[in-house]
Design a binder for this molecule. Structure first.
Ligand code: MF3
Ligand code: CO
Ligand code: CO
Length: 272
């Protein structure tokens, strides 16, 4: 897949992304509220993740929950350049789907699948963006390990965040841990600034070198959302122009938190 086209998280070319934003403490309070709502939504969906459930069932329940909590979905109707409007209230990415899988009634979860559910409610003007990969029924030890390593990789990336640190510190920590465990890190999709806008600067690669890249400052809010693949990190799009899959058809897992750079470190905003 062509890197130029895809260095983005939602398929947005970098030049279309809005500039870097620092959030005030009042704005951070709002991010805490929507971040918690996003995490609660994943908690709410988790027990539904069972064999026989369709990704549309999950989407319908997510839509209902967001509405009941006074929020709207940032993904429904989302139409960055070169993409048709997205039709899901959440993203549902099963097995070899890396991200942006579109909920539908034909995708029925089966025993042994893994599924990432990525949610972004908007509440009071602010976006909370988080995802987790869930296990469907009895999952092989091999797939479970991919999921566990991906979660830990995200946490190691988050642990690098502090004022004066660099964006490259995050990717380096993720890449080292992923590769030490025999997985590749997706290059073409990155974390992003988030707040009043869904996708802003900075871009947050999940690979890289320590001590390089943008210097982190208090008030920056961005996502860390590594995608780890069992095979190569090469990707391709399905004809729907949203769904991203591994080129080799092997498994991919992802976790995502929205985090804020604080006075002396990091705060995870998307905890339940
Ligand atoms: N939530 C995704 C992210 O982490 C973006 C999804 S955009 C969609 O940035 F249109 F695919 F839903
Ligand atoms: Co995101
Ligand atoms: Co997301």
């Amino acid at each position: 897949m062509n890197n130029q086209n895809l260095l983005s998280i939602a398929g947005i070319k970098p030049q279309n992304k809005k500039g870097l934003v620092l959030l005030s403490s009042r704005e951070l309070d709002k991010m805490r509220v929507v971040g918690k709502l996003a995490a609660n939504l994943l908690n709410h969906l988790e027990p539904m993740v069972q064999p026989g459930v369709t990704t549309k069932d999950l989407d319908d329940e997510a839509a209902r929950f967001m509405k009941a909590n006074g929020s709207i979905s940032a993904t429904l109707g989302y139409a960055p350049p070169n993409h048709p409007p997205y039709t899901g209230s959440v993203c549902t990415s099963v097995n070899e789907v890396v991200c942006h899988g579109i909920p539908n009634s034909k995708t029925i979860l089966k025993d042994g699948d893994i599924i990432n559910i990525d949610v972004t409610p908007i509440l009071d003007g602010f976006h909370g963006d988080t995802s987790r990969t869930f296990l469907v029924g009895n999952v092989s030890d091999k797939a479970k390990k991919l999921v566990e390593v991906t979660k830990e990789a995200m946490m190691r990336g988050i642990a690098q965040v502090k004022p004066g640190g660099r964006i490259g510190d995050i990717g380096a920590a993720i890449q080292e841990y992923a590769e030490a465990n025999g997985y590749s890190v997706v290059r073409d999709m990155v974390g992003h600034g988030v707040g009043r806008e869904f996708h802003t600067e900075p871009q947050v690669p999940h690979y890289g070198e320590r001590g390089t890249g943008l210097k982190l400052r208090k008030g920056m809010v961005f996502t860390i959302e590594p995608m780890l693949n069992e095979g190569s990190y090469d990707l391709k799009f399905l004809p729907d122009r949203w769904t991203v899959v591994t080129e080799d058809g092997k498994l991919s897992a992802q976790f995502e938190h929205t985090v804020a750079v604080t006075e002396d470190g990091v705060e995870i905003l998307t905890l339940a």
